[in-house]
Ligand binder design. Structure first.
Ligand code: GLN
Length: 238
């Protein structure tokens, strides 16, 4: 790995990686390599401290008990929080939104303190949200609808420092009745979309890549990938 290698931290795939969310790191690496950048994925497991020196971080979804283990680990080794404070882009999927929030309540009614990268709180809802989601992005720089698959019981309420990532046009999203989906706070983005989200939403992948490289997404070489476009069209019709 050279000095200029873009390092993608896949955080706790051993406990946070349901529905193939680790694929988000693969998409980031592939889109970087196709543009001529050196890029590597570094897995950070429960056996490792969390480094603060990576260029991008991704965290996947998890079941309640696995989510608890991850929360404890991130509190013990605050490298992710330190990297975010320096402006490193972070993508948090589903349970990871909850872990990065102020607190969340599990389905069993236990309240767990999060790591407070997001000004959000999460409580279990009466019905589980399962199915396809389509949204209109609210984040500047994104224009294409975001799509994904959701499966969560937690409903997330945004506090004043957290902004929604998108507005729901189909599905549930954050699930507390305000029609929002996902969270944005500084360089940290959260979404309930599995898919993996970045395979289904390449614009979001390029947003994170550009941020990691310190350039505008419009400065990135466009990639001609018909298979990705076809997947997008299929999902929008589904
Ligand atoms: N355990 C969390 C919930 O049900 C997150 C689930 C997930 O990551 N898919 O809300």
């Amino acid at each position: 790995m050279s000095e200029s290698t873009v390092r993608i931290g896949l955080v706790l795939p051993d406990v946070m990686g349901t529905y193939g969310d680790g694929g988000n790191a693969l998409v980031l690496r592939q889109r970087l390599r196709m543009r001529g950048y050196d890029a590597e994925i570094v897995e950070i497991t429960l056996a490792d401290p969390v480094p603060d020196s990576f260029d991008i971080y991704t965290l996947g979804g998890a079941e309640d008990s696995a989510q608890r283990l991850a929360t404890r680990h991130l509190q013990r080794y605050p490298g992710l929080q330190q990297a975010a404070a320096k402006g490193a882009p972070v993508l948090a999927i589903c349970a990871a939104i909850q872990v990065l929030g102020n607190w969340y309540e599990t389905s069993a009614g236990e309240k767990v303190d999060g790591v407070s990268l997001f000004d959000v709180t999460t409580s279990p809802q009466d019905t589980r949200a399962i199915g396809e989601v389509t949204t209109t992005p609210l984040l500047e720089g994104l224009s294409a609808p975001l799509t994904g698959f959701e499966n969560h019981r937690g409903g997330t309420t945004l506090g004043p420092d957290a902004k929604p990532l998108a507005r729901v046009t189909r599905g549930v999203g954050n699930g507390v009745g305000d029609g929002t989906e996902g969270v944005v706070q500084g360089s940290v983005l959260g979404t309930y979309l599995h898919g993996p989200a970045l395979a289904r939403n390449p614009e979001l992948a390029d947003y994170l890549i550009a941020r990691a490289l310190g350039i505008s997404p419009t400065d990135l070489t466009p990639l001609d990938l018909p298979v990705v476009d076809r997947l997008r069209r299929e999902r929008l019709r589904a």
